[in-house]
Design a protein around this ligand. Structure first.
Ligand code: HEC
Length: 121
């Protein structure tokens, strides 16, 4: 591989990473999630960077269980993990779309996991 090709590949690699991330921000926006959630700031609901931090795990099995729980929590709604404000249920958002958004949420840059977070409400 010549030097130019290598440099070009290195220069464009970040674009490839950014592409799909934006696609799922678009999905989260289309499904109304961003009315209460931002990536790096707590609004009505936790910042997605906080969610990523609190559920971070090197254990693939633990991660898979968290993912299932998160999808369920978004679909059914509920309160108590992040504070008293409830998240409404989202029965109209397809499981597949919720799963895509949750996968994207879990890959956000981790912030600090707040002390009041309770993994099991
Ligand atoms: C009306 C405001 C509101 C909307 C709309 C909303 N959320 Fe939430 N979300 C919240 C609140 C409040 C919490 C904290 C709930 C708790 O403490 O258990 C939360 C929690 C979460 C969590 C963490 C759940 C957990 O078990 O730790 C995820 C992930 C999440 N929301 C994703 C979504 C997605 C995806 C959508 C769009 C389909 C969405 N939210 C729409 C308010 C909202």
């Amino acid at each position: 591989m010549n030097k130019f090709v290598f440099l070009a590949a290195a220069a464009f690699a970040p674009l490839l990473l950014v592409g799909p991330a934006h696609a799922d921000l678009a999905l989260a926006t289309a499904k109304g999630c961003t009315a209460c959630h931002q990536i790096d700031k707590r609004v009505v609901g936790p910042a997605y960077g906080q969610v990523a931090a609190c559920y971070a795990s090197k254990d693939a099995k633990v991660l898979a269980e968290s993912r299932t729980q998160l999808i369920k929590h978004v679909k059914e709604g509920g309160a108590g993990k992040w504070g008293p404000i409830p998240m409404p249920a989202h029965p109209a958002v397809a499981n597949e779309d919720v799963a895509k958004i949750v996968d994207w949420v879990l890959t956000q840059k981790p912030m600090e996991c707040p002390k009041e977070f309770k993994p099991k409400a």
